[in-house]
Design a protein around this ligand. Sequence first.
Ligand SMILES: Nc1ncnc2c1ncn2[C@@H]1O[C@H](COP(=O)(O)OP(=O)(O)OP(=O)(O)O)[C@@H](O)[C@H]1O
Ligand SMILES: [Mg+2]
Length: 240
Amino acid sequence: MSEALLEARGIRRTFHETGEELEVLSGVDFALREGEFVAITGSSGSGKSTFLNILGALDHPTSGALLFEGRDLFAGGAAELDRYRLRQVGFVFQFHHLLPEMTAFENIMLPARILGTPERKARDRARELLTAIGLGDRRRHLPGELSGGERQRIAVARALMNEPKVVLADEPSGNLDERHSANLHEMFVRLNREFGQSFVVVTHDLSLAAMAGRQLVMHEGRLQTPEEVRALAEKPQERS
Ligand SMILES: Nc1ncnc2c1ncn2[C@@H]1O[C@H](COP(=O)(O)OP(=O)(O)OP(=O)(O)O)[C@@H](O)[C@H]1O
Ligand SMILES: [Mg+2]
């Protein structure tokens, strides 16, 4: 088996906010291969966002390791984590988080500006992405002048700007209607094929999950296959 691009080993995450200990993730193991498209489903509150935030190094696990190309990210320093977040990972949030005073084009350009990509190369890439998402003629629009689906596509283009190897998306079509979600899903699949990026998408949308190469379910603090979850449901007496 080829080595994983991104690997989570024994990820545990507990919260102590209420004085009581709440264990949300109880040892998640996950390996993502290059070019893979994985969908994660699971009931509300099962820990999907918590896990995706850890995969994107936006949050630290209570214990466990995250390896990118074999390197242990949380064992490295802050600079290594910053580099990972800026260069290797593109994050698409449920709500777009575009900057309202910047045009669509400027929003897409932002990650390249932070990274210090040469201006000309960044502009070429931003134009290429605008065309890929079908919004070449909306480049000067402010987020407030775009539809919800268009904003979400701009957010996806922004996540892809620094050519990340991994795209992490948390309910990317959660606030879109059926037609716009279908467009967004097709775009993900196309970008996965054309640019070869790996995708991990958290979704309640079963049609999007069905498009993925592999489906996993967050269940009882772990990522499990749909078959494992079904087997657990059928044999409740054998549950530990
Ligand atoms: N910062 C926090 N402090 C305390 N508890 C938290 C915190 N973040 C998440 N939780 C708890 O962890 C559990 C999992 O939350 P999470 O957001 O990962 O769920 P989810 O699977 O993404 O759900 P949804 O489908 O509703 O988005 C929830 O019960 C939540 O209350
Ligand atoms: Mg969530």
